[in-house]
Design a protein around this ligand. Structure first.
Ligand code: URA
Length: 323
């Protein structure tokens, strides 16, 4: 059997504003009138991402940027010269602001379609499922952009703002099964605008592996999204100001488990502290399952606590496998 690799993307744009906004996806019309998305062979010297970018440019004239975290594949067999070929296709997701498309000789036209209309017109079940998946991710992306926009302006709305002003909202796939919540960004996170990139982040990476997961597969955020100067603990008022942002993130992502790391995260979400006695407990609230554990910084300070955190992440791994 031979293997072949292709890549392409679901390209969407937002049509209209507010409540009436619609997401429209780009479909190219093949000579036999079937619909397709921009995609093609991964050539020698390319990876899936560079090949998808080139194909999108060649087939639609669009210079695509990809939304991080979206992952979709299809695989199918066909026969060429009597030999079985397994073709694997990787799909990215891209948002554009213009409806301009310049098709190539390979297609006879294009359409911007709402997902439901595209699903009705497509023949293959796997393509219908992928359109639904891409649409779900794009909707989450739009909601997250709106949430981030509201909270990035928080410092300007509060009279006596005592935290840093750079916003560290969180990162990871919007369809993650696991959402990890820490305390607040440190100095490194404040500089880079990303959560858990310092020493605590390194330790957290090893814990994620204990659960049988990869960092790229989990969503990571903090109860407070702004650096408290000199790394002090955030105050109750500061935690309260940032709480709705966290619940907004959880509502958008809809993870199977939210791991509350440390007293600030647990206090902010569940309203109590005492994680060293309650770690390993699962608490369900409003259809969300929370797992209580320690903060990585506590483990860095007291190595002996590593075992507690490790046990909790192993438990998380077992719970995820059970589903
Ligand atoms: N500690 C946290 O709680 N959050 C970060 O982003 C980094 C360290």
């Amino acid at each position: 059997m031979t293997f072949e690799y292709s890549s392409g993307a679901f390209v969407y744009r937002k049509d209209g504003d507010g409540e009436n906004a619609k997401l429209l996806f780009l479909f190219l019309i093949k000579p036999n009138n079937d619909l397709d998305v921009p995609k093609g062979h991964v050539e020698e010297g390319e990876n899936a991402e560079t090949a998808a970018r080139r194909e999108i440019m060649e087939e639609s004239g669009i210079e695509a940027e990809f939304i991080p975290g979206f992952m979709a594949y299809t695989a199918y067999y066909f026969y060429r010269d009597g030999k079985k070929v397994l073709k694997k296709v990787r799909y990215f997701l891209s948002k554009v602001s213009s409806s301009d498309v310049k098709i190539s000789y390979e297609h006879k036209g294009y359409e911007w379609l709402e997902p439901a209309a595209a699903i009705r017109k497509l023949h293959y079940r796997n393509m219908k499922e992928l359109v639904a998946k891409a649409n779900e991710y794009a909707e989450k992306h739009e909601l997250m952009l709106k949430l981030n926009e509201e909270y990035a302006n928080l410092p300007g709305k509060v009279e006596k703002w005592r935290l840093s002003k750079s916003f560290v909202p969180g990162e990871g796939p919007l369809d993650a099964k696991v959402f990890l919540l820490g305390q607040a960004p440190g100095l490194n996170e404040d500089r880079l605008g990303r959560p858990f990139v310092g020493r605590s982040g390194k330790l957290l990476d090893t814990m994620i592996l204990k659960a049988g997961l990869k960092r790229s597969k989990v969503y990571i955020a903090s109860a407070v999204q702004y650096y408290p100067p000199r790394n002090r603990e955030p105050t109750r008022e500061e935690i309260a100001l940032c709480r709705d942002f966290v619940s907004g993130q959880i509502e958008i992502i809809k993870p199977e488990y939210v791991v509350l790391m440390g007293n600030t995260a647990t206090g902010s979400v569940l309203g109590f502290r005492g994680v060293e006695t309650r770690h390993g407990e699962i608490i369900e609230r409003d259809a969300v399952k929370y797992l209580i554990t320690l903060h990585p910084a506590a483990v860095l300070r007291f190595k002996k606590k590593g075992k507690m955190m490790e046990d909790d992440f192993r438990l998380l791994g077992r719970l995820l496998k059970k589903k």
